[in-house]
Ligand binder design. Structure first.
Ligand code: ASP
Length: 442
């Protein structure tokens, strides 16, 4: 369909003033005809999101049949409705919603009403049709049924124009309401964009888009204007997050770009994520730098390890049996290493793991280095020019940063470098400076 699916997050839906910005954005482009919304978020730092108020309300209603928190929810919606001149219909909808909550007393139903009311309100203001997410998003027990959602939503929206849809929930085939995980309205937008084969999925939030690296480490880093799904996946896997992690798959599968934009700063170009980047957009050698601190590096050495069929699988079965996730496996001749996030390995578990490896494969040596930080340097052009590797490693070496491990991976879009925890910030600064602040860059 020649349509843009636009999702507006909680901050965009928080006040009458922010909703006026939302309306201006929608009216600016006639293709913005399918709108997905979150429940009103925080208006100021100490404020409580409507979704969190509803979790409290669900507790009250289910345990004590008491609905006092509903008054806070009602007040929030009525204050917005009054300013946007839809007070009378919203009063009625709020009353009906409370009565329904008292009847269908499940946590999922009660919590879903934040998005429901938010979409009702916006549809009244815009004079768009309200289409319930329960008729579009299909669940099989507790997870989304992608195939069914695709068919059901495509059919339901085929002849509709100008609609507002609540994010965050759907129903099973039996009609039971189910919630996505927190932040799930992003996923609703992606599912709808995929079902209608939208031109683009616009995700409107309160930040300009993805930054090249963490602004707490580098002051005012550049904005990533374009990247591929693969780059985004790799960046998000190692710490960078704006979107719910399940957002990519439905849209990536159909090659629909995601455009992240800031409701409060429409002058910023935002970040566009493509399956394949149009050739007119060249991009830098390094697209982004993300990372996670606090890994344990376990190095195992054993004679003829590389010649022993099945030994890698045997070693990996030890953390697997303990339910411990292994993040990376940088290995060499007769050595096998595992990088595991320290949070999964408290001391007793680490000792247990080492004891099992010792008993299971009788290594010549087993060594553990703690406090390792991993940095993922991501770029679709990174590997296409050897000079980039030279620049990357000399930037680190010039700053006296010891490289503890390297995982070249095979994704073709990133390289993972392990450094000592104390060097983490310096290493990111050095890489950013080399690729973004040196004049001779492209
Ligand atoms: N309102 C829900 C939450 O706070 C869902 C969303 O905003 O996407 O998680």
């Amino acid at each position: 369909m020649n349509v843009k699916v636009c999702k507006f997050g909680g901050t965009s839906m928080a006040t009458a003033q922010s909703i006026r910005k939302v309306i201006r954005i929608i009216h600016k482009d006639p293709l913005r005809r399918i709108i997905v919304v979150s429940a009103p978020g925080k208006r100021f730092k100490e404020d409580i999101k409507v979704t969190d108020l509803l979790y409290t309300l669900a507790d009250e209603l289910i345990r004590e049949n008491n609905a006092s928190t509903f008054e806070l929810v009602r007040e929030r919606f009525l204050a917005i409705a009054k300013e946007l001149r839809v007070l009378t219909p919203m009063k009625l909808i709020l009353q009906e919603t409370l009565e329904q909550m008292q009847k269908i007393k499940t946590q999922e139903f009660i919590v879903s009403r934040g998005e429901y009311l938010s979409a009702q309100l916006l549809s009244k203001v815009l004079k768009f049709e309200f289409v319930d997410a329960g008729t579009l998003i299909r669940f099989k027990v507790n997870s989304v049924n992608y195939k069914q959602t695709d068919t059901v939503a495509r059919r339901a929206l085929k002849f509709k124009t100008d609609v507002v849809i609540p994010g965050f929930y759907g129903t099973t085939a039996a009609g039971e309401l189910k919630l996505l995980s927190r932040g799930g309205s992003d996923v609703t937008g992606a599912l709808i964009a995929s079902a209608v084969n939208a031109k683009v999925y616009e995700n409107w939030t309160d930040v300009d888009g993805f930054l090249v690296c963490d602004p707490k480490i580098v002051t005012a880093p550049a904005l990533i204007e374009v990247m591929t799904y693969k780059e985004l996946r790799v960046l998000s896997f190692m710490g960078a997050s704006i979107l719910h992690s399940d957002t990519f798959f439905p849209v990536a599968r159909k090659g629909i770009p995601i455009h992240i934009q800031n409701t409060f700063n429409t002058r910023s170009p935002g970040t566009i994520i493509y399956q394949t980047i149009p050739s007119s957009k060249r991009g830098m050698a390094v697209t982004g730098i993300s990372g996670i601190k606090d890994y344990d590096l376990i190095v195992i050495e054993k004679e003829l390890l590389s010649e022993t069929v099945g030994i890698d699988r045997k070693i990996l079965s030890f953390p697997e049996k303990m339910g411990v996730k292994v993040a990376h496996l940088p290995s060499g001749t007769d050595t096998f290493s595992m990088l595991i996030e320290s949070k999964y390995l408290p001391e007793d578990k680490l000792n247990q793991l080492i004891a099992q490896i010792r008993k299971g494969i009788k290594p010549n040596l087993i060594e553990v280095s703690k406090n390792i930080a991993l940095i993922s340097v991501v770029g679709r052009h990174l590997m296409t020019d050897n000079l980039n590797m030279l620049r990357l490693f000399s930037a680190l070496i010039k700053d006296n940063i010891t490289i503890k491990t390297i995982d070249y991976g095979s994704s073709g879009v990133n390289i993972v470098i392990g450094v000592n925890g104390e060097d983490y910030n310096y290493a990111i600064q050095a890489i950013y400076t080399e690729f973004y602040l040196k004049e001779d860059d492209e």
